[in-house]
Design a protein. Sequence first.
Length: 311
Amino acid sequence: MTPCLFHYDIADVAPYINWVYFFHAWGFEPRYAAVSRVHGCYACRAAWRATFPAADRAKASEAARLFDDAQHLLDQLAREALHTHALLLLAPCNADGDDIILYADDAGCHTHMAAAKPLFRLAFLRQQQPLPGEPCLCLADFVRPAPTPDRIGIFAAAADAAIEERHPDDQYRHLLYQTLADRLAEATAECLHLHVRKELWGYAPDEHLTMADLHAERFQGIRPAVGYPSLPDQSLIFDIDRLLHLADIGISLTTSGAMRPHAAVSGFMLAHPQARHFAVGRITDEQLADYARRRNTTPEALRPFLARCLM
């Protein structure tokens, strides 16, 4: 299987930016992100500021200036023909307990598990402390077991590294470029996932959602990224790298599994209509040992990546 490579113009990706997270990075509450939906003329901005209590209007004006600066830089990046990039592998697969087995082609999904020749095995963690009345979830639960065929999306997205490296001597502009690069990488993943649902995988061809719906994840399926509560093991990024070859979009990995440039995101796409996000939470030494066995490594090798999850 060969991953698909995508390149996006900044102007095409910018509409998918979730400004709530941009403003959060600057210490603003989510309500200030509404400026992104307000016309930039004086009258509209004044009416928007008037919706805030008098004590908060100065901060609303500050948020508006920050948004205007961000828009100016986005326009500049678009004029300079900088890009964002993505890799995608839509792999035939089946669930096998808490693992997902990837096949080289669809034929593997129709083969008895004992006779199939898997291309790769992805191991995941299962909740040990669910909410009252809830099942103990694992991401593999949202993939069909053999012999029913299924698929999983494996993706990575990044902004041009040059974006977040700009103006190192100007603290404000440097941070502005960094936070914009982060949002552009996430927006690229959003744009790619939409294309996957409607066309490439095509399991939701009639989807018609607003940008607010997309940001609220009202689409079918989920897109958990490495480091999310359902994917707490950062070392999974090394498996993703083996499958996608992240260097093809300029991503390198540190020994701790951090991606460089920072403006990058990677993870999985699951289509099951009941798929939802959850937190693995704390795991026992017994589960760690089982997980290490399924990852073909040792508990000691995984402990640094799962320190937050260990009891």
